[in-house]
Design a binder for this molecule. Sequence first.
Ligand code: UDP
Length: 475
Amino acid sequence: GQEAPRPRVIILCSPCMGHLIPLVELARRLVTDHGLAATLLFTPATPTPSQEYLAVAAMVPDGIDLVTLPGPPADALPPSASVRECLAHAIVSNIPRAHQIIQSLAASAPIAAMVVDVGFKSASGIAAELGVPVYMYFPSTLTALSLIRQFPELDATITGEFRDATEPIRLPGCMPIMASDLPSPMLADRSSEVYAKFLHGAREYSKVDGFLVNSFPELEPAVVNSVSGLHHQSVHAIGPLVWTRPAVDDKDHECIKWLDRQPSGSVVYVSLGSGGTLTWQQTAELALGLEMSQRRFIWVVKRPDDDPLGCGSFFGARMGVDEEVFDFLPEGFVERTREVGLLVPSWAPQTAILSHSSIGCFITHCGWNSVLEGLLNGIPLIAWPLYAEQRINAAMLEGQLGVATRVKLTDGGLVLKEEVARVITCAMLNGDGETLRKKIHKLQNRALHALSSTGSSVHAVAQLSDLWKSGSWQI
Ligand code: UDP
């Protein structure tokens, strides 16, 4: 007779590469290791797919149904709309369509569970309608999850503005969090719309049955116990979920060929993720600082942007990025550094770069995926946090784990060229660089162990898959 259709997990992903990449990896593991089917619904933020998206979509393994929902028309929002507004619009406008697709999938095969990323939390009602459990994919640490889960209570108990707090926030099991490291919406006036929206979003976290967190217990052991069971929701540390398999053609990429010609451990890799941008002035300081360090470097360069949150290039296509033109860099910089530096416009094969033996350190915006990729490759980090929860990540990497040096800002919020050169020297030379390296190698081993057949990541995904396949959550 005909084989019964495999139970299917539906994954809803918002327009962020930092969510799509680990969710593809989760889907791959559910399909290849646990015999589930997986449909990943991705919603773009632009009418035509971005270069980044195409690069990722091309590497999605067979067996995963990647469905790209339509992006909003170019004129859906005024040009002045912020990245956050674009993101919210792209997600909300696609929920009815996602709903339809899920209903028709449910009509032809059993749905085992739904996974929504943080952006799609308002779609969790679809799961309730189908009578299946819904989990939120949280793309960062247990510490950050703990903060957001407890934000409504903090809001109810704290007086005054968060930004004026002189004492750090102390949550059970977590490192103390300085007010200046909080996500920017928490630092806004508590009467403002941006604060209210963030608080509303945090309250919506209570709608899901549990959380899939891209962290592993050995990274933040005390938090696992304190956050599990909080508000009767389960927490599964399924990380580190990263893109561990470089695409076949990465080895022919210009970056990799260039790295092949450089001495071992000699190159500074600079990338501020898929969305990170710097102002014109900051871009110039970074360029001059790289030059001043007299090191070799690969820099994934984004066109400067005055977005106050530092994430202006999130949707490259919207920004009209002009590839290959580096006319915004300081005069003569490109010529003077031609022998030692490689400039890559917009997007580079990051996991292949980080696993190359020529890389010596990584200047990162502390997007959590980038951090995990750096850890798994044992690369000392230079923390240059920009937006979202990145300042908390930077504090954890530097203060709690000792695997990063964090850039210091001037009172005006600028990282000067001398500071860029200083942190590079710290991370690359004997001295601090050695200490960072020793600590990161320890963490690298733990991360690799989490991914081994007896490790926590494999165990956590297996446990979830068994639960979802059994349907015993219905009891
Ligand atoms: N990435 C990449 N090439 C780039 C920039 C980013 O492949 O030029 C990948 C990177 O490896 C990571 C993801 O995009 O997996 C970015 O996620 P992260 O959490 O670091 O930052 P975000 O872009 O979400 O701020």
